[in-house]
Design a protein around this ligand. Sequence first.
Ligand code: ATP
Ligand code: MG
Length: 451
Amino acid sequence: MRGRATSLRRRLTWTLIGGAAVLAVLFYLVVRTYAQQIAQQGQDRILEASLTSLMDAAVVREGQVEVDVPYAAFAMLDTAADDRVFYAIHQGAELLTGYDGLVEGPFAAMAGPAFDTVGFAGTDLRLARLTRVLPASPAPVMLTVSVAQTRDSLAGTLWAISVNAALFGGAFFVLAAGMALWTSRSTMRPLSQMAEAVARRGPRDLRPVVRAVPTELSPLVTSLNSLMTRLSASLTQSETFIAEAAHRVRTPLATVRTHAEATLMRVDRDENRAALRSMIRAIDESSRAAGQLLDHAMVSFRGDQMERSAVDLVGICRELVDRLTPVAEMKDLELVLQADGPVVVQADPILIQNAVRNLIDNALKYSPPEGAVRIEVQSDPPRIMVTDEGAGFPTEQMAELSERFRRGANVGETVGSGLGLTIASDVAEAHGGRLALLNVEGSGACATLYL
Ligand SMILES: Nc1ncnc2c1ncn2[C@@H]1O[C@H](COP(=O)(O)OP(=O)(O)OP(=O)(O)O)[C@@H](O)[C@H]1O
Ligand SMILES: [Mg+2]
């Protein structure tokens, strides 16, 4: 994989959580601003009423304004927080009554009241002011009435609303973040489930993925499946090719060998005989290789599309022992089968037979004459052990003997192609088991096929 790995799940989670955080903050700001506006409008409306009632109480006598300040004008400004009230009444620029310095002139006639937030007496005040020209003789009089109130009650209300909005926004965020985690996890679950299912497969399992996946994933599954189909087809093709090629080579080799042996009978000169012998040996090697390649291809093919049936391992081994006893006798070796009773497993009998034949074949090839080769079948877990009385596997090569075309340092003149243990181990793996190689103290090599 190239580049830095990114996590879709993490990206989705953070996007959702980020979105929730922005929404929560926006909610808080909108609620606060709106609440402030509404509360301010409320206070302004009462200030205006108070202003109007003061203005109405004013009368002009002989060019001089007189105001009999009505109690109700201030009573209506009472609040729970005991806000303080200030007022000032000016005729022209001159203060008639009220707090000096609350407002400064010069004043000009106004159509309606003006509102402002000002600092006075060390605190913030909301101030309403109205200037009117009153008709009088000899000249009209300009009257300015100002009423101001502290903002403690308003701040209290705002604080309560802000705290509630913050709590609500916080709760919304926590809930949304939880949902984001849950959503991203459940959205990504089908993907990880599919990856797990594919990863759990055996190395040769190229069956198409059939599990139901969300529609967004189906293009991926479709291309994965088509890749698997192509891969499986090309594997089968190359294995068929190898089998075909091996088969074609074997037949002419057999003919050549017959001719070489016939010729060997007829020639007398030692160097010619030696040449013919090494020729026959080379033919044997090639023919063995072709046979093993054919078997290996067959094992790979059958292992891929295994048809299991109930087979008795003891029966298979007995049949092999019967068949190979003549070969063993040529080397004065005895084949001994040990089993307590039938061991029945679900397996492919042809594959098992092939694997065990290779193990017995090795025991016959690599152990000295006049001994015994023991074939033991045990049931728990089902396994077949082939033990000989030879020198054992070459210890430093044990780990790699099951690799393709790998032969040990102990082979000497023995004909072979290095595929026997590969075949046995592939068969074990196709059945979900393994091949274990071991040197038994006092005896020889022991190969165990676990199924
Ligand atoms: N019973 C045994 N005792 C000692 N060495 C063994 C035994 N069986 C296998 N080996 C070693 O393991 C190697 C690999 O065995 P394997 O059966 O894969 O190949 P091979 O016997 O050389 O060739 P073939 O493909 O013809 O069987 C052998 O070359 C040999 O060195
Ligand atoms: Mg072998």
